[in-house]
Design a protein around this ligand. Structure first.
Ligand code: C2E
Ligand code: MG
Ligand code: MG
Length: 329
């Protein structure tokens, strides 16, 4: 099929979202909105070019619209807070940095985990503001800690895909660094593997821009996506974070042990720093240590905690032998 155009054949594909008057609603504007909701569900890949609006989608939509409004308010009123989880340098046995993790406690829903509200914020176009708030707060905190004599700790901030591909990220990062006075190398940006592999051309360009500013770049949840090793080599990266799902069973599952070992070896040969995520036991820490992993992060070394609690852990020496004895007691 298709249309002839200057000697080429042009094929067009369409998607249709449908809402029915007066069955779904009798309000013209709402009807259009419902049709747009249905349109989002129509998926040509599944061979479904047309999709009817369904009431469950409405519940879903109402829920998301409501949730988005709640998130917006929480950002405005600064009811979104950051917790900080320590990162432990295996060679010096010291806490050398923290990862900032966003926390939102809703008055009625209680604690809503970031994996639930971040996608809603992304969809509602709020991730820019949320991300900026997180970055600014984290940079300010890191700066405040060094002013209080806690040393030059590094702070890692998670980025969402939308933020990364938005085009204004470098500008935002530059503004926040200038405003807070934090040295660029102390800010580490965490991007997930699937994010950096989505559009390698754009990624290479933005990573170089960020790198030029002096910030540190880290690939989060490594091993869960599909990486092109060729790109991994071309990207100006600093750190790979081995996903928690591998670390969990390194002491018991030979496959996970082999994968973790291979990731560490590969990262080292590319000159990258390796962080093991989700370290909960001494056995896991010892395995990572043995394989030459540089940094460990997980409940064993410290859970994400409010700034004041995290502060007490900074620069702290966390001798393994001492820990072992503690665990035996
Ligand atoms: P992530 O960046 O991989 O963060 C690590 C997650 O593992 C955190 O969950 C942390 O609390 C949890 N964790 C740390 N150590 C352990 C451990 O020993 N055992 C276990 N079972 N879990 C551990 P959290 O805070 O719920 O965050 C989940 C994800 O949400 C993060 O994964 C990150 O992708 C995203 N996220 C968190 N904060 C932000 C943010 O400010 N912006 C964006 N865009 N995403 C964020
Ligand atoms: Mg992370
Ligand atoms: Mg992770």
């Amino acid at each position: 099929g298709g249309y002839p155009l200057h000697g080429l054949r042009l094929a067009m594909k369409g998607r249709i979202g449908m809402a029915v008057y007066p069955h779904d609603t009798s309000e013209p504007e709402t009807l259009l909105r419902y049709a747009r909701v249905a349109l989002r569900e129509a998926c040509p890949q599944r061979g479904e070019h047309c999709h009817f609006f369904a009431a469950e989608q409405l519940d879903n939509l109402r829920n998301r619209v409501w949730m988005a409004a709640e998130i917006e308010q929480a950002i405005e009123q600064e009811r979104v807070v950051l917790h900080y989880q320590p990162q432990y340098a295996i060679d010096t046995q010291r806490i050398i940095g923290v990862e900032a993790l966003v926390r939102w406690e809703h008055p009625r829903l209680g604690f809503v985990p970031p994996v639930e509200f971040i996608p809603v914020a992304e969809e509602a176009g709020l991730i820019g503001r949320l991300g900026e708030f997180v970055m600014r707060t984290a940079c300010r905190q890191a700066k405040a800690w060094s002013a209080q004599g806690a040393g030059e700790v590094r702070v890692a901030v998670n980025l969402s895909g939308r933020q990364f591909y938005d085009g204004s990220l470098t500008k935002v990062v530059a503004e926040i660094l200038a405003e807070t006075g934090l040295e660029a190398h102390r800010l580490e940006l965490e991007l997930t593997e699937s994010m950096v592999m989505k559009d390698p051309k754009i990624t290479v360009a933005s990573l170089h821009e960020l790198k030029q500013m002096g910030v540190t770049i880290s690939v989060d949840d490594f091993g869960t996506g599909y990486s092109s090793l060729a790109y991994l080599k071309r990207y100006p990266l600093d750190t790979l974070k081995v996903d928690r799902s591998f670390v969990r069973d390194i002491a018991t599952d030979p496959d996970d042990a082999a994968i973790t070992n291979a990731i560490i070896a590969m990262a080292k040969s590319l000159g990258l720093r390796v962080v093991g995520e989700g370290v909960e036991t001494i056995q896991q820490l010892e395995f990572l240590m043995d394989k030459g992993c540089d940094v460990a992060q997980g409940y064993l070394l410290g859970e994400p905690a409010p700034a004041a609690t995290a502060e007490a852990m900074l620069g702290e020496s966390f001798a393994l032998e001492q820990r072992k004895n503690k665990q035996l007691v």
